[in-house]
Design a binder for this molecule. Structure first.
Ligand SMILES: [Zn+2]
Length: 405
């Protein structure tokens, strides 16, 4: 990567170099264990001109998303999050037509259709989009770019509300994608985008959310610049707890824009206070990441030498950044468990730790359970309360190692 994908500057400064890892969603079958495994450098840099943090596009989304294993409806809390959003948005804007980009299996648009509002999904994964169509949600199989945006507008008319959740980090052509959003939205319409917030990533050491599928990491300041490349103006922002800290950006076509809210100014001031528009804000991050690794390894090595058993909970994509970066293998983490049956009998990429059904925890009664999806801490502490029955303890690696009695 020689130039910033947003502003074209050649001045990209290193934020953290996590070595080389395989794609984090490429869970291995037993047969694949004897085959070579490709790894890609995982080195986060930030543009010192527009302050967009970014990874080079080493793996194209077409390789990952054409046949995808992730169905949003698996997560009940995520479906509920979408329902609340739709209720509020329909009440506020009374839209006549809603388009969702990266609409997955219709987890969000089902609520729009339920309110009697016309809708359309745009989803690149054929198998996931089919699941939406099976629910009666009209879905077009495509990646969003300016041409797709214009074609949808010509065929269906402009959208009063365009929703793009958890996709703005996943597209290497951020400018083309943003122009696509502008093509979709009516001249007096609204665009709503949810994406992880770089401020919480840096402040809370959430470095495992850095992986190849996330091409860029946004402050509100950088997101505002990205939106402007497509002719969209940022008018409001909400801070959300999802994914450990996300932002919901509200944008409108520039001509309809108007003054940004007080909330935009507040978040911009917090980002500036954290130094994220200068190198100082990033300077300590790599050292804190190294400490997370040392603390976790020290805990696992001590546990192994004391004859204690450790199992993992969850096999999320981000867990694989953590496991690979720390070099954790089966001798330190015997296995992990996950609720997604697709992953059972498979192995984590790179580190090759077996993934088993969750029932295994109660059978084996491990002394420690290392929770990999730490962002669901509250939900999982409750769900895993049975671990205490045999004196087991939950371990959270991030923001810093914590063993909960
Ligand atoms: Zn830049």
């Amino acid at each position: 990567m020689t130039r910033c994908r947003l502003c074209g500057s050649a001045e990209l400064a290193s934020v953290v170099d996590l070595g080389a890892t395989p794609p984090c969603e490429l869970f291995l079958t037993r047969e694949r264990l004897d085959e070579p495994e490709l790894t890609y450098p995982l080195h986060l840099r930030v543009c010192t001109s527009c302050w967009l943090a970014q990874l080079p596009p080493l793996i194209q989304p077409e390789e990952t998303f054409t046949e995808y294993a992730y169905f949003s409806s698996f997560s009940t809390s995520w479906v509920e999050h979408a329902r609340e959003f739709v209720e509020a948005a329909v009440d506020r804007f009374a839209p006549g037509f809603v388009v969702e980009v990266a609409s997955n299996d219709g987890y969000l648009l089902q609520h729009v259709a339920g309110r009697g509002v016309r809708c359309l999904g745009i989803e690149p994964s054929a198998n996931v989009g089919q699941a939406a169509r099976d629910k009666g949600i009209p879905t077009r199989t495509a990646f969003l770019d300016p041409e797709t945006g214009a074609a949808v507008r010509a065929e269906h008319g402009p959208a009063d509300l365009v929703v793009a959740n958890n996709v703005y980090a996943h597209i290497p052509d951020v400018v083309g994608f943003t122009q696509g959003l502008r093509a979709l939205v009516a001249d007096d319409g609204w665009v709503s985008i949810e994406v992880q917030h770089l401020l919480t990533l840096v402040e809370l050491n959430q470095y495992d959310t850095i992986y190849h599928e996330h091409f860029q990491y946004y402050t509100v300041a950088a997101a505002r610049r990205a939106l402007a490349t497509g002719g969209l103006a940022l008018v409001d922002v909400e801070l959300l707890p999802t994914h450990g800290g996300s932002i919901r950006l509200w944008a409108r076509p520039e001509e309809a824009g108007g003054e940004p809210t007080e909330r935009v100014a507040d978040v911009l001031a917090r980002e500036k206070g954290a130094g994220l528009d200068e190198l100082a804000g990033y300077a300590e991050f790599a050292a804190r990441v190294a400490k997370v690794r040392r603390d976790l390894l020290r805990f696992l090595i001590d546990a192994a030498e004391a004859g204690k058993t450790v199992a993992g909970y969850g096999a999320p994509g981000k867990g694989n950044t953590l496991l690979n970066h720390c070099g954790i293998r089966e001798d330190l983490l015997a296995y992990t468990v996950d609720r997604n049956p697709y992953k059972h009998g498979r192995f984590t990429p790179g580190t090759r730790i077996p993934i088993l059904p969750p029932e295994r925890l109660a059978e084996d009664r491990p002394d420690y359970v290392l929770v990999l999806p730490w962002n669901l801490r509250e939900e999982l502490t409750e769900q895993l309360s049975y671990v205490r029955e045999w004196g087991g303890q939950l371990v959270f690696p991030i923001p810093s190692l914590e063993i909960v009695p």
